[in-house]
Design a protein around this ligand. Sequence first.
Ligand SMILES: C[S@@+](CC[C@H](N)C(=O)[O-])C[C@H]1O[C@@H](n2cnc3c(N)ncnc32)[C@H](O)[C@@H]1O
Length: 350
Amino acid sequence: MEHSRHEGATVQSVTERYSAAAFEREEALCCPVDYDPKYLKIIPQEVLDRDYGCGDPSTYVRSGETVLDLGAGGGKICFIAAQIVGPEGKVIGVDMNDDMLELSRSAQPTVVEQLGYDNIEFRHGRIQDLMTDLDALDSWLSARPAKSAADYKDLEAHLAKSRQTHPLITNDSIDVVISNCVLNLVSDDEKPHLFQEIFRVLKPGGRIAISDIVSDKDSPEHLKNDPELWSGCISGALTEKGFADALSQAGFAGVRLDKLEQTPWQVVEDIEYRSATYVAHKPSDTAMTDEEIEVIYTGPWERVTDEIGLTYERGERIKVRGTDANRLRSGAYADHFVIFGEENDSNSCC
Ligand SMILES: C[S@@+](CC[C@H](N)C(=O)[O-])C[C@H]1O[C@@H](n2cnc3c(N)ncnc32)[C@H](O)[C@@H]1O
């Protein structure tokens, strides 16, 4: 992705705009979404009012899972997910904005009281750097304000150490990463690292379900440089294909554009911006083997090619490495392949 000139102004505009939107509902940031009303009953009205999502990734969450919500805002999706995962599960919401965190954290006791259990945590961090705990950094800096180059070096050393010893989100710890209308707000330079961070924190076999705004064409620089359009979840959007490619490049398998609104949410200079939801999974490492396994692609297309360039002809039995067979067993692939040697294949007749 190209380096662009907009970074400073747009990052600042995101902070300022969502601070204001934490106090008062901003209509221009609201994209109509139908959530399951049964999950909304226990959520305080001020959180429901400040809903700036564009989809509902909570529908991909299952009971007992550990869920990470990137850019949790007022906490609505976390409060929904907390009900779905139940007391055996856990929900972590990350946001970089102090005022949004104040909104979500102050609503949490009301939700928890009605739930009868507390499985929610809101953490302070930037989603493109899920190693750095910004609350911990705040505490460290208030005890040792950086006033000189020597202090700055101490700070760097402290950060390097704490990122290893106390990361905001540890490696391989999350079953499903969700997000609702946030990834577009991260600068283009940092987007590749953002996708790598999502990959890092997922358990092998873990999934993503990310709702975001995507565009049908690239946004030109002058739109990206417009702080209003950037902070409004418009000009930072990846294209429909760019989003899928970014997931593949980070190592995700089974990347799928699961939902795409027909009607654009916004049209700017002939570019259509609409809500989408992508799903994908982190390949499981339980069968990292080179033993060859036979697989058949069942269709419906005549031929398909996966993200590592393997082509499968419908109905043709081919040998793949165990690692690749393992990838085809999971996520969106699973319904399209017969994999020989699977436990439930034996005794399949009579
Ligand atoms: C459009 S709102 C969506 C909020 C929430 N997901 C919802 O459904 O209402 C974007 C949120 O992402 C947060 N945010 C934006 N960029 C972020 C970043 N780089 N790291 C962490 N949070 C970020 C903002 O503070 C804001 O709360």
